[in-house]
Design a protein around this ligand. Sequence first.
Ligand code: FES
Length: 619
Amino acid sequence: MRILLDVSDMTIDHLDHVEINLQPIGRRISIPIGITILEASQIAGIELSTICGGTGTCGGCKIRLLEGEISPINPTELELFSGDEIESGFRLACQAKILSSVRIEIPPESLTTSQRLQIEGREIELSFDPVVIRVDISLTAPDLHDLRADYSRIKEYLQSIGYSNINIRFPTLREISTQLRAHHWEATLAIKGNEIIAILPKGNEIYGIAVDVGTTKLAAYLVDLSNGNTVSKRGAMNPQISYGEDVISRIGYVNNHEDGTKILQSRLVDTLNDLISQLVQEADISNHQIVEAVIVGNTAMHHLFAGLPVHQLGTAPYVPVISDALEIPVFNIGLDINRGATIYLPPNVAGYVGADHVAMLLAAKAAEHRQDAHTIVSLDIGTNTEISLYHWGRHLSCSCASGPAFEGAHIREGMRAAPGAIERVRLNEKQVQIKTIGNIPPVGICGSGILDTVSELLTHHVIDARGVFIGEHPKLHRINGKYEFILASAEESGHGRNVVVTRHDVNEIQLAKGAIRAGVEVLLDEAGITDSDIDEFIIAGAFGTYLDLESAIRIGMFPDLPRNRFQQIGNAAGLGAKALLISKGMRTKADQIVEEVEYIELTTQPGFTDAYMEALAFN
Ligand code: FES
């Protein structure tokens, strides 16, 4: 149900305005002070669940206040929320009035539509040499003539079928006696190296979980460890968004809160446990059957998951606590899987080139000599864009500060890829054609939409190489002395206001694409080659999947290569995590990559500033 807000007779211009920042959608707008959060969401075009029509009885519009001031909690809300929820900042959007600029978290269940999550990627062929194997055992029961200990019985059986020098993890040792007696001395063991890590009822399959922990989104895959097949997959928003949209602001949160690391870690682990419970339910298995986990993320996500300090990642020279691969016993983290399981975190390259990039390189085979490609550029675009260049055995990488514009931040009508976001834009002399996610009336623009818009404005000479509005177009208007290009009028939009692109928005895209292109050029320069030497240009990640390649080339973000040299491969970090789950060889390769890669710190590269200045223009 949607409650219609009549703002027609509000003298909005005469009211004080404040900003509401709606997370995790990433929508920020100016709204009159004193209206409810529900009304503000409607102005922003974000639909909350309002089954009771705003009377405060259904609880559907539950939100969480992250920052700012709202009206005191009222009796209706007091009745609905527990003490813990109230302490955590939960409120009803239909009841709480906005008294200052606020930052609000909208839980997924309060939204009528869900965000787009990127969990697919190009499938790759992997050799299957699993890290954990399954062995079925059938033992004889003890009697007065056979007083061997339960564990000795297992060891001797294993020895008889070719497994020697076997040890057992202590949490598993605690379970064997009960399990063996409950299942008539038969069982399935999960063995890693020379260690028994889990004991299960005989015949149970064993599984692993691979997770890509992105700064914004999480993608989790449940994998059958007997054949390497993915049996279910799920995505979710990273709950840490509520504490900072990007890596730097999350590090800032930790720096400013004594228990910041703990809070961010536990929010992430709680969400991962939710994902795990959905995955096992879908596959109809038990959590205990998950005996290994692989987590990949950028270096900050890696540290926050492991509970490592991040202060030094936010301060020059931005070094990680550890760059080697880590194996953490699951009880140190609290993931809801078998107690004997280990969590493997692949190695990091540097403070801003993390294990997710390594996983992506593995999945894309972008860091190895191939018959068809000797020079490979691969990148994953985000607030920080990680770029690698592999050239005849030499491997260079860097990270560039491309900023959050492609996530919709710093863009007037920007938002993340959620229903109602304009994702495709085409222009002709008179008109604009748009496509929104979910094919519903537009309420904002996501990264691929703003990229398309700038490309089309250039093609139709509405802006020049500097990004300045110069041309004429029926949709270009001058409002209060500033140009605004209207993508959707108030009548067409989902929130009753024009959806526009401004000079400032164009400028934000210039800065982002300039940083990315300059990063690529610096690596090519370091290797002594040019654009035309690139055999393959790999674009990974969610934004990389949905961006229009022609638009990206038109604005100069990518070099103008033959189109068959480009590959948009989806969530390759997630696929790399899967590869690391089912292949010992991949783990060895990950170590090799990190050992061989030459990390280039762009800020100390003499050619970077020139390359950046040159890449800013739309040539
Ligand atoms: S709309 Fe039902 S409680 Fe707010």
